[in-house]
Design a protein around this ligand. Structure first.
Ligand code: DLZ
Length: 158
């Protein structure tokens, strides 16, 4: 639990659910795949570390981050999938493509989560530079894939 919430722990269960029988779908964008693969590995390692079984982790790729939403929906509508983790990297360029993609994905994934009543986590790294993205894929700012997997586990424990 986040540090600031620890003082409220008397009100909460503070217990992660057993995920050994839970199934996870991971959707990974192929754009910047040298980085998304590291984020995906972080997510997989986190699920395994918390007790998920390798055979219950389903990894699918989509061409780019814009397609994460439909990929998430394809997985979420499968009854056996308990949570979906979405991974992508969008780096700012000369145009406003990043803005359009990022907002579409944020809104799209929110809609999928609410429509299917399942955790859908947002492992989208949105940065101004390649270096900032690398910093968030096993660099000085951690690995956002780990955080996305942790969020999915956290929501399954709600
Ligand atoms: C077109 C595009 C651009 C310019 N940049 C990125 C990016 O930084 N990260 C990413 O994941 N995808 C990018 N794409 C591809 C779009 O997400 C999408 O795949 C295409 O527009 C086709 O729908």
């Amino acid at each position: 639990m986040a540090t600031a919430l620890k003082n409220l722990s008397e009100y909460s269960q503070e217990k992660f659910t057993d995920i050994s029988e839970k199934a996870f779908g991971i959707v990974v964008a192929e754009w910047h795949d040298d980085i998304t693969s590291v984020l995906c590995q972080g997510a997989v390692d986190t699920l395994l570390k918390h007790g998920a079984k390798k055979e219950n982790i389903y990894i699918n790729t989509v061409p780019g981050s814009f397609e994460l939403t439909l990929g998430a929906q394809f997985l979420a509508l499968q009854e056996e999938i308990d949570a979906v983790i979405c991974i992508g990297v969008v780096i700012k360029g000369d145009t406003k493509h990043d803005d359009y993609i990022n907002h579409a994905v944020a809104n799209g994934l929110t809609n999928v989560a609410l429509k299917f009543n399942k955790p859908v986590s947002f492992g989208l790294v949105t940065t101004n530079t390649l270096e900032q993205a690398l910093d968030r894929a096993g660099g000085k700012h951690g690995n956002k894939g780990i955080e996305a997997a942790a969020a999915a586990i956290g929501m399954l424990s709600f």
